[in-house]
Design a protein around this ligand. Structure first.
Ligand code: TXA
Ligand code: MG
Length: 352
């Protein structure tokens, strides 16, 4: 299969290209498209064969369901048993945007789309290209992130092609994504609502809106939890993993810098090619491997935006070991730390 690259401009939509992509979706094809968070790999959510081919293209385990994307709030109704009042309030405040809601699904949703669960993940993205594609397709679009299972999510069309070229029909390329980290997944089937995956919609904003919201233990854990303590199907699979062996160093800035220098020397003495994922304030590990900065510790949004791209760059440069620095877990930092810990497979070193 040849993967067609359709370049589009989000400001001035070329509807010919969008309609062409929508026709592919209607015929059961696979189209990668930009959202404000990361690129998704889309298929008609109500066509079980199409959704199955999404799992195949990504080599994703069938027990980890994708997010179903809609282009208007009223599209949710036929996909769910009921729309609870909390959901209505959240949709009003946060949609379109990086918030995925877990609700009980209706009978029209194929089993493969929801991995045989009785719930469905729903989101209305804010990217103009995504909204236009869903509208023109005339169906809800099931779309996991457009990476091979286990790889960092793609924040540019290049990343999608690196993983899926020749495995999908087309990609709508609208340049790099704005947020660079995935949506927040919020379970509304439990009381109080529970954040299963921190992401682009901040915990602080949800807490303010809902009064009470809790973080699933696995979302903030600094070690792998037994599966019984997790309720998100995605949690049990390895995620966001670069090819290199990765370590995450957490603690106060000075202690972290010392520990990182110590680790660099250790791995260099073993003949390893070392990559260091650091911040502007601490990127002084000179002459000591490939140093990449996520950005300033004072601008966590920039750090979130650079994270997956830099992990992929390290892979392309074939480093053996990545030593990464932890950041604050406030605001979007909560999502950044969740992804860093998973990428490191919970190999966390506390510096003191
Ligand atoms: O920003 C995003 O969320 C991107 C863009 C493309 O929208 N999508 C994305 O999809 O990250 P994906 O499939 O890579 O992640 C979906 C997450 C997974 O962790 C999955 O386990 C969880 O949502 N999920 C899906 N259905 C669920 C359900 N019924 N209950 C609990 N978690 C669910
Ligand atoms: Mg994903």
């Amino acid at each position: 299969m040849k993967t067609l690259v359709l370049s589009v401009n989000a400001q001035e939509l070329d509807m010919r290209k969008i309609r062409f992509a929508a026709e592919l979706i209607k015929k059961g094809g696979l189209v990668a498209f930009p959202t404000e968070t990361v690129y998704g790999l889309g298929a008609d959510a109500l066509n079980p064969d199409a959704v199955l081919s999404v799992f195949e293209a990504k080599k994703r385990p069938l027990d980890n369901p994708p997010i179903v994307h809609v282009c208007k709030v009223s599209d949710v109704r036929r996909l769910v048993k009921e729309v609870p009042s909390k959901a209505k309030g959240l949709m009003k405040r946060f949609w379109p945007g990086p918030l995925t809601l877990i609700l009980k699904h209706s009978t029209i949703v194929p089993e493969v789309t929801v991995a045989c669960l009785d719930t469905i993940a729903l989101r209305m993205p804010s990217h103009k290209v995504a909204l236009a594609l869903i509208k023109e397709s005339g169906c809800p679009i099931a779309a996991p992130s457009a990476n091979l299972a286990g790889k960092p999510s793609p924040t540019s069309a290049r990343h999608v092609l690196d993983d899926l070229d020749g495995r999908i029909d087309a990609i709508l390329d609208a340049g790099p994504t704005r947020i660079g980290i995935e949506s927040t997944v919020l379970d509304l089937t439990v009381d109080p609502p529970q954040i299963l995956r921190p992401g682009g919609t901040l915990y602080e904003a949800l807490a303010e809106s809902l009064g009470r919201v809790i973080l699933n233990p696995a979302a903030v854990a600094d070690k792998m939890l037994p599966i019984t303590q997790t309720s998100s199907p995605g949690v049990k699979h390895r995620h966001y993993a670069p090819n290199a062996d990765m370590f995450l160093v957490e603690g106060k800035a000075d202690a972290v810098m010392c520990k990182i220098d110590e680790l660099i020397s250790f791995y260099k003495s073993k003949g390893k090619k070392v990559g260091v994922l650091t911040t502007d304030e601490t990127k002084t590990h000179d002459g000591s491997g490939i140093v990449k900065s996520l950005g300033s510790r004072n601008d966590l949004a920039v750090i979130a935006n650079n994270l997956f791209r830099l992990l992929r760059e390290f892979d392309n440069e074939d480093v053996d070991v990545i030593i990464a620095e932890g950041v604050s877990d406030s605001g979007i930092g909560l999502a950044v730390m969740n992804r860093l810990r998973k990428a490191a497979a919970y190999k966390i070193i506390k510096a003191s």
